[in-house]
Design a protein around this ligand. Structure first.
Ligand SMILES: *Cc1c(COP(=O)(O)O)cnc(C)c1O
Length: 401
């Protein structure tokens, strides 16, 4: 039995009856841009996150760029972000002409380290972008006093944490303004690209909407140079159906994470992910750390287990950011993590027998005794969730960026 990294077809099957008739309607009326579905989704998502305003945009990277611009970040400003993130966080900073200032992460949870942020502040620092990576909120409690002391804006990258909570509120409601992504593989994913800017501040929301619509709030009146980045009605229909299921799906991810913790506890040399005190994690990714990671990954792949690395190269060591001048050794925690991290299959419809199979394969890969393994072992498992045990959907072509 192969286990995919992600099973998006299972999500599509669950929402099909709700979504397909509305898509047909859109097809017939050709009302693709704007309209009531987009406006309703924006209201529903703002309510869900607990902020006053949601501005739907074309994708998560645009959302970060628009949030930075709305927050007043201009060329030459320095913006602090973690070295351990998807490159989009840094790209958005570069696209507004600001300078990404990278900092190391905390070895415990691989999220931005507030002490490192404090040490990186200069006279040009204007903002901190905490990334709520892997599904839990970054340590904002450590960032608030720093931001206050130096008069900095906190702009959240909440792309991997839809529904995650901290003692201060949900991811997306923890700073001045936030950005999220509805890339299909995210916890709340569209049927294509999508993203949103979230804020309590009506003025910032208005500015963000204008930037995303050619600098315009009234047709053909252009107050500033913006660009075109819109969430469309096709995506809004999909997102509304999935938003109704997000809490349930996040609960299923939590159950799967608990089950992994039990199944993997006795595999020596495997370091399990931890949840920060007070956080409720939505497990966008289940990231373990393991020695000889590349060999383990290769054996899992050969064994039909969809594992992946998020991310193989910290931002400062990518060719794209060579010009920033950071050297190997600049961020030891992020660099060490990049050589040990391994993301295991994680999605709401992940079945118990699939997880048993992952644990079994991981145990053999880590112990390096793959070849001794009796071929029949996995077939002896009880089929606890029969709808998945006999036929597993093909590995989804949509990877998590
Ligand atoms: C997915 C992701 C983004 C970018 O979102 P897109 O919609 O793919 O542009 C940004 N930051 C993080 C942490 C992400 O995971």
């Amino acid at each position: 039995m192969n286990v995919p990294f992600l099973d998006l077809p299972a999500q599509q099957a669950e929402i099909a009856d709700e979504v397909l008739p509305r898509w047909r309607q859109l097809f017939e009326t050709a009302a693709f841009i704007g309209g009531p579905e987009v406006a309703s989704f924006e209201d529903e998502y703002a309510d869900y996150i607990g902020v006053g305003h949601c501005v739907g945009v074309g994708n998560g990277t645009d959302a970060i760029e628009i949030a930075l611009r709305a927050a007043g970040i201009v060329p030459g400003d320095e913006v602090i972000l973690p070295a351990n993130t998807f490159i989009a966080t840094a790209e958005a900073v570069s696209r507004v002409g600001a300078v990404p200032v990278l900092v190391d992460v905390d070895d415990e949870h691989l999220l931005i380290d507030p002490a490192a942020v404090d040490a990186a502040i200069t006279r040009r620092t204007r903002a901190i972008v905490p990334v709520h990576l892997f599904g839990q909120t970054a340590p904002v409690e450590g960032l608030y006093p720093i931001a206050q002391r130096h008069d900095l804006v906190i702009i959240e990258d909440a792309a991997q944490s839809q529904g995650a909570t901290s003692p201060f509120g949900r991811a997306g409601a923890l700073g001045t303004i936030a950005a999220t992504s509805f890339y299909p593989g995210k916890n709340l994913g569209a049927a294509g690209d999508g993203g949103a800017v979230l804020t309590d501040d009506g003025g910032l929301a208005d500015f963000a909407r204008s930037v995303s619509a050619h600098g315009s709030r009234t047709r053909y009146v252009h107050d500033r140079i913006g660009f075109n980045s819109r969430l469309d009605a096709i995506q809004a229909v999909e997102l509304r159906a999935k938003l109704r299921r997000l809490d349930k799906w996040n609960d299923l991810r939590r159950e799967a994470a608990h089950r992994y913790a039990e199944l993997l506890a006795d595999i020596s040399g495997v370091r399990l992910p931890t949840v920060r005190a007070g956080n409720s994690d939505v497990w966008h990714l289940y990231v373990i750390r393991v020695e000889q990671r590349d060999r383990v990954l290769a054996e899992l792949s050969a064994d039909g287990i969809g594992a992946a690395i998020h991310y193989p190269t910290p931002v400062h060591l990518t060719a794209a950011y060579a010009d920033l001048g950071y050297k190997t050794g600049a961020f030891p925690v992020a660099e060490s993590a990049a050589t040990h991290i391994l993301s295991l299959p994680m999605f709401p419809h992940l079945a118990e027998d699939q997880q048993l199979r992952v644990a079994d394969a991981l145990r053999h890969a880590v112990n390096g005794d793959q070849q001794d393994r009796p071929a029949a072992v996995v077939h002896d498992r009880p089929n606890t969730m029969s709808h998945h045990s006999s036929q597993v959907p093909a590995l989804s072509k949509v990877a998590v960026p």
